[in-house]
Ligand binder design. Structure first.
Ligand code: HGY
Ligand code: MN
Ligand code: MN
Length: 402
């Protein structure tokens, strides 16, 4: 991160720039309660305690750093530290370091909060380990059934409940935390923008207006496992061929629905040998659209296209997570935008913990320009100047709110 000079806690991005580097994929792989993310938790705790914040991990693995005593009607600012596999440096951490930096600035200016204030780091925002995005905020807010969460498994077969025990939590306590929710007077999340909106607007900052409806489905194809050399082509029921046709169908279904997006970014062959015709192939679909109805219609179209799966294989479509369209409180967004001199409002196709909390507490998001317009990739970027604009915006809003 060459152009990030030591600038307040923004230097924090430099401090963690070596944590969780993925030599194979490039970028960062920082997944819940695995070594890199545990290092980031320790780094955050040390950073927050250096600011005199009282740090506690809640029953769902989210980390709260309180400036002063915890209490109701708190101003809570934060984001996440975990990443997608091979993710960028800013998605999540920028919001966390900017929140710490804003608190540091207010403290240096002698501001004494008139209401409780906390920096909040959500667990498993990307869903990269247990498959459900925003798992920590869903659990906190009761947006996911605790039993379903306990049973989620990672690629090694470890359940979320088992991983929670290893992390020092009691799985029996996972789930809606009304006491924590009742403390939140307003939640603010600053986040690097993950599309081209601010490039096109030629603006460094925006407030969020909405988030696309989005969900994840597992597409499973079963055929006949067999020998790659001894099995004639005409004797095969190859689920990889069925999956290949399905992936093209996914693209076509989204192209046929203006504005919709559908992606297969992860595929697994069972057993996965080079000289083995798979017995099964699993592919994960991420589908999104402006409205719940449109997103579900795209998935229904994909499902219909799988009804006659290729290669004599069977196909199933299993929903793994769903989040309806989020519309942020327009009055709150407008009020914050005005306080920041009239910055624009921008929709996003990316999901966020703020999108989950918006259903329960007053919530707003700030976006910081990403000049590459690329995210979930090592090419994700934000200039120091725009990062500082984000911190100054949080500083301004916190002075207004505290
Ligand atoms: O998938 C998303 O949109 C977010 O990055 N979790
Ligand atoms: Mn992300
Ligand atoms: Mn994010």
């Amino acid at each position: 991160m060459p152009d990030l000079v030591a600038h307040g806690v923004l230097a924090g991005l430099d401090e963690i720039s070596g944590t969780g580097r993925d030599q194979r994929a490039g970028g960062y792989s920082r997944h819940l309660w695995q070594s890199a993310e545990l290092d980031l938790r320790a780094w955050f705790t040390e950073r927050a305690e250096r600011l005199g914040l009282a740090v506690e991990t809640d029953r769902n693995g989210n980390i709260w750093a309180w400036w002063g005593a915890p209490g109701r009607d708190a101003v809570v600012v934060g984001s996440h530290l975990d990443s997608v596999p091979g993710g960028g440096a800013y998605d999540g951490p920028l919001g966390v370091v900017s929140a710490l930096d804003a608190v540091a600035r207010l403290q240096a200016a002698g501001v004494v909060p008139t209401r409780p204030c906390a920096v909040l780091v959500f667990a498993e925002e990307e869903g990269s380990r247990f498959g459900v995005a925003c798992l920590g905020s869903r659990l906190l807010s009761g947006a996911i059934d605790a039993d379903k969460a306990r049973g989620l498994t990672d690629r090694g077969g470890i359940t979320f409940a088992e991983a929670a025990v290893t992390a020092g939590l009691d799985p029996a306590h996972l789930g809606r935390d009304q006491e924590a929710l009742d403390r939140i007077g307003i939640f603010l999340e600053l986040h690097v923008e993950q599309g081209r909106g601010l490039i096109d607007l030629a603006e460094p900052l925006a407030v969020a207006s909405s988030i696309l409806a989005h969900g994840r489905w597992r597409l499973s194809f079963t055929g006949q496992g067999n020998h790659a050399g001894a099995t004639l082509m005409t004797d095969r029921r190859d689920p990889m061929v069925a999956a290949a046709h399905a992936i093209v169908a996914v693209q076509q279904a989204a192209l046929d629905s203006p504005g919709a997006r559908a992606t297969v970014g992860r595929i697994e062959a069972v057993p996965g040998g080079t000289n083995v015709i798979p017995s099964a192939v699993h592919a994960w679909l991420d589908a999104r659209a402006e409205t719940d109805g449109q997103a579900r219609a795209v998935v229904a179209d994909i499902t219909a296209r799988l009804d006659s799966p290729h290669a004599g294989c069977a196909a199933t479509v299993t929903e793994e997570s769903w989040t309806g369209t989020v519309t942020f409180d327009p009055e709150l967004a407008a009020r914050l935008a005005l306080a920041l001199g009239g910055i624009p409002a921008l929709p996003t196709g990316a999901g966020h913990d703020a999108g989950v909390l918006a259903a329960r507490v007053p919530t707003a998001m700030l976006f910081v320009r990403n000049p590459t317009g690329i995210s979930h990739s090592p090419e994700e970027f934000a200039t120091l100047e725009d990062c500082l604009a984000g911190v100054e915006a949080l500083d301004t809003l916190l002075r207004e709110l505290l």
